[in-house]
Design a protein around this ligand. Structure first.
Ligand SMILES: Cc1cc2nc3c(=O)[nH]c(=O)nc-3n(C[C@H](O)[C@H](O)[C@H](O)COP(=O)(O)O)c2cc1C
Length: 305
């Protein structure tokens, strides 16, 4: 059998395979260059960037939970200008598509970030985070109602022809109208899910473990919820979905693709094994060889109900 074809297309981006790291768990990519081959992964998605550098939330910001991680990092980042000047030039040599994840406290901040990225050669796509549970302003406020999602996505769409991915929040009653609103606003794809709001208490101190009180739960603990939401979103939208949530093996990644996702992102898994994306890509290839599947696109949405 010839080598199975792993190529997928998200908006205008041609990915050599459907596996990429999730924003915030892979730094700016460069932190991982000695650990894994950045030329082999589908895309590089960097930490959420804001217009100005941000220190994020006070510590403690991370708590371990059964099969998961609770974080309230609060979008600490170096700011868009520093990313473009200091990190992007070094990332370009891998010839792997670079997607910047952005976060704004206001509509204007999202728009100004988009304008800057639109002018920047070497960034192929924008992932708009409207789903962070750990910041007081912006973010989640846009991602929990179809109306605010639609308005914001429409305005961002007017500013760029680059591939636009809208990252959705699981902290909603029904993901479908919000996925549809992102599509209607002109998104090329949606990615889901971001973390699920949670809490851990230290009973000796009777205090929350995180300084922020609540945080976002990620890792294998959230996988069934994420899979269900990807399945639901894919049942109503026509644009590609990128599945995220607790993926730590090729079997997990394939479940999302069978449920309808065109590609996947691996988050917390990078903290367990920095080579995890490469490992998952290899696993998908052997599965496709074993079951004689020519193209990964033939598996997408192939769930037998
Ligand atoms: C420490 C940490 C930081 C994160 N930072 C971001 C971020 O900057 N922007 C974003 O859209 N998502 C962020 N996320 C969410 C992940 O990209 C992903 O959606 C989530 O962790 C679920 O995937 P996982 O279970 O594979 O980790 C972060 C997650 C973690 C654990």
């Amino acid at each position: 059998m010839i080598k199975p074809d792993l190529k997928v297309k998200i908006g205008n981006i041609h990915l050599k395979n459907p596996v990429m790291p999730a924003s915030g768990t892979f730094g700016y990519g460069l932190e991982y260059e000695d650990e894994t081959d950045l030329a082999k992964i589908g895309a590089i998605i960097v930490k959420g960037l804001s217009l100005q550098p941000s220190k994020g939330n006070p510590s403690p910001r991370i708590a371990e939970t059964p099969a998961g991680l609770l974080n309230a990092v609060g979008l600490e980042n170096i700011g868009i200008d520093n990313f473009i000047d200091l990190k992007l030039p070094k990332l370009k040599k891998y010839k792997t598509p670079i997607i910047t994840n952005i976060y704004g406290k206001t509509e204007d901040e999202y728009i100004n970030l988009t304008k800057k990225i639109d002018k920047t050669e070497g960034i192929e796509g924008i992932e708009v985070n409207i789903s962070c549970p750990n910041v007081k302003k912006g973010g989640l406020a846009f991602g929990t109602s179809p109306e605010t999602c639609l308005e914001l996505v429409k305005k961002i769409r007017q500013e760029t022809d680059k591939t636009l991915i809208v990252k959705l929040s699981p902290n909603v009653t029904d993901i479908r109208p919000i996925a549809l609103a992102a599509q209607k606003g002109g998104a090329d794809a949606v990615s889901l899910i971001n973390t699920i709001t949670g809490m851990v208490i230290d009973i000796k101190k009777r205090k929350p473990v995180l300084a922020n009180i609540t945080g976002g739960l990620s890792g294998p603990a959230i996988r069934p919820v994420a899979l269900r939401m990807v399945y639901e979103a894919c049942s109503v939208i026509d644009i590609p979905a990128i599945g995220i949530g607790g993926i730590v093996s090729y079997e997990d990644a394939l479940s999302f693709i069978i449920a309808g996702a065109s590609a996947v992102q691996v988050g917390t898994g990078n903290f367990i094994n920095p080579k995890i994306c490469e490992k998952i890509i290899k696993g998908i290839l052997s599965y496709m060889k074993k079951y004689k599947i020519k193209s990964i696109n033939n598996l997408r949405g192939s769930l037998v109900a």
